[in-house]
Design a protein around this ligand. Structure first.
Ligand SMILES: CC(C)(COP(=O)(O)OP(=O)(O)OC[C@H]1O[C@@H](n2cnc3c(N)ncnc32)[C@H](O)[C@@H]1OP(=O)(O)O)[C@@H](O)C(=O)NCCC(=O)NCCS
Length: 177
């Protein structure tokens, strides 16, 4: 399927930043298909993966109706406390155009619309574009963690960013008005 090739190409580029293991093309496609089958947020720890599709852009495979240029993740951290976590990755060829911001805002709309009280994102402390995106979305820089992740590029620092549902709704109301 075309969209698997698109999505796997995006995620292959981002492994150093999201700290996933490096996968070859076949393993990347398998992992993408596995993530695409995750469709429920019924129990803590469950996640859904969503594709960011750019209409009118030809896909890498046989996909029609646009190219998958990014990947959004929504994770149910705690149903009892209405806490979710989000992640986002955009193919490098499509960055710098505001698409990640538009997609991330739609994900915050979805998360808060589903009842999330607080949305958090864990960002690599050296990932300036991600830090800038969090700031543009109004996500508060809450907590730096020293060397709490280990990947192919060694130990990494991360920073938690978060906002509450009320903060997001207020930001949305301001940008609409
Ligand atoms: C984080 C990430 C998604 C950000 O992508 P991005 O394209 O830089 O983000 P945005 O969509 O907000 O685009 C912002 C840029 O587009 C520019 N832009 C151009 N046209 C625009 C428009 N119409 N609207 C908004 N911004 C626009 C902005 O000026 C800004 O440019 P700048 O970075 O030079 O200031 C991307 O860097 C990425 O995939 N990183 C790796 C994965 C990762 O770290 N994920 C985070 C884990 S939570």
């Amino acid at each position: 399927m075309g969209w698997v090739a698109d999505a796997a190409a995006t995620v292959r580029w981002a492994v150093n930043r999201v700290l996933w293991p490096l996968r070859d093309r076949e393993a990347g496609a398998e992992h993408t298909e596995l993530r695409a089958r995750q469709r429920t947020l019924a129990a803590d720890g469950e996640a859904v993966a969503l594709a960011v599709v750019l209409p009118g852009e030809p896909g890498l495979g046989s996909g029609r109706g646009g190219r998958v240029i990014g990947d959004l993740t929504l994770i149910l951290v705690s149903a009892a406390h209405a806490q979710v976590a989000v992640g986002r990755v955009l193919h490098p060829g499509f960055q710098g155009r505001g698409y990640a911001h538009e997609a991330a805002a739609a994900l915050l709309d979805l998360a808060t619309g589903l009842g999330a009280h607080r949305v958090a994102a864990t960002v690599d402390a050296a990932d300036e574009p991600s830090l800038a995106l969090c700031a543009r979305l109004g996500m508060r820089r809450e907590a730096p963690f020293r060397q709490d992740r280990y990947g192919d590029t060694g130990r990494r620092d991360t920073v938690i960013h978060a906002l509450t549902r009320d903060e997001w709704l207020a930001a949305r109301a301001t940008s609409a008005g």
